[in-house]
Design a protein around this ligand. Structure first.
Ligand code: CU
Length: 109
């Protein structure tokens, strides 16, 4: 439950807060950025806000259980190829302490 809450917090904070790394040139920010891949199902696509709600599988590298949550996408055009109900695979980058940001997403065929 604790992990679930942390992950939900990240999802909420990604909507409410602007990441601070744009203004922070400290090299650790870059060093700590990692990329993760996962699979899931599209629940909601919000192109206007560059967000997608995914019911994702467990992400063991982050010790996240499977859950439904919003992700920001790096570019809203990434959402052109997916729609509600699609099974997808996606990649996201995550800076320590920051919000996950999807860099790739595509339907599983
Ligand atoms: Cu999650």
């Amino acid at each position: 439950m604790k992990k679930l809450l942390i992950c939900m917090f990240l999802a909420v904070s990604s909507i409410a807060a602007t990441p601070v790394y744009a203004n922070d040139a400290h090299h650790q920010v870059v060093d700590n950025q990692k990329s993760y891949s996962a699979k899931g199902e599209v629940v909601t696509v919000d192109s206007a806000l560059s967000k997608v709600k995914l019911k994702h599988d467990a992400i063991t590298a982050l010790k996240w259980p499977g859950m439904t949550m919003f992700f920001k996408v790096a570019d809203k055009s990434l959402l052109d190829t997916v729609k509600t109900g699609d099974q997808v695979e996606f990649e996201f980058a995550k800076v320590d302490g920051g919000s996950p940001l999807i860099t790739k997403i595509k339907p599983l065929k």
